[in-house]
Design a protein around this ligand. Structure first.
Ligand SMILES: [Zn+2]
Length: 239
């Protein structure tokens, strides 16, 4: 089934862990979620910045290490090609829950990262003016400190127990308001954010498409079309 992209003006895509599976990124939630050796909900909680910041780095430093050898796959590349081939009157917004930065590495430009980007490090002190910076260190042995204020440095991602930052949340809402094609790829269709986003898209009158390895459970009626399979196989054929 081919989607005729030229029929749409405001295209919004939401991606989750499923799109990066073929790039070898292990998810830290869910069934095959490999961070099962850790209780991520506890070890990855924002509270650990205060009482055990090394745990944060043990967990997310390992994810950063995986990324050194990870490459964008055919699904990332298909979305990047879609954006590059748009007419000037078409808008495309790629909202992702992934923190791996693989969409940008594939060539996607208008990317809204709901949960931040693991490839950046920032200061844990919200009042500090140290700008987030790209960083490949995994800090397995020692917690890094801010050169400006001395506080702990942390990965620039949304930790468990933290809210989605205001800016990407607003960017996602704005894109959905006028959306006429919405696709959720590699993410659960029945829980937030996909469940909220598809409802907004439905209100806007969009065509709503769900693409994932697993069927929706329970089925979310706001998605009018469902395609089951691997994103890296389905997307190049559909787009
Ligand atoms: Zn600082």
């Amino acid at each position: 089934m081919k989607i005729n992209i030229k029929n749409y003006k405001q295209i919004v895509v939401l991606t989750g862990a499923g799109i990066s599976a073929a790039s070898g990124i292990r998810t830290y939630r869910g069934e095959n979620g490999v961070w099962q050796e850790f209780d991520v909900g506890q070890h990855g909680r924002v509270d650990r910045l205060k009482d055990n910041p090394q745990q944060i780095w043990t967990l997310f430093g390992a994810l950063r290490a995986q990324l050194k050898s990870a490459m964008p796959n055919q699904a990332h590349l298909a979305l990047a090609a879609l954006e590059q081939n748009l007419r000037p009157d078409q808008q495309f917004t790629l909202i992702t829950q992934n923190v791996d930065g693989l969409h940008q590495r594939a060539g996607s430009v208008n990317v809204v990262e709901l949960h931040g980007n693991i490839r950046y490090t920032k200061c844990a002190n919200a009042a500090c003016d140290l700008a987030p910076f790209t960083d490949e260190n995994t800090y397995a042995d020692a917690v890094p400190r801010c050169s400006k204020c001395g506080d702990v440095l942390r990965p620039d991602i949304v930790l468990f127990g933290e809210m989605i930052p205001a800016l990407p949340g607003w960017q996602a809402k704005r894109a959905l308001r006028e959306c006429d094609l919405f696709m959720a790829i590699g993410t659960s269709g029945s829980v937030a954010p996909a469940s909220n986003f598809v409802r907004s898209a439905e209100y806007a009158g969009a065509r709503t498409i769900y693409i994932n390895l697993d069927p929706m459970e329970p089925r979310n009626p706001a998605f009018k079309e469902e395609y089951l399979g691997k994103a890296e196989e389905l997307l190049p054929a559909m787009l």
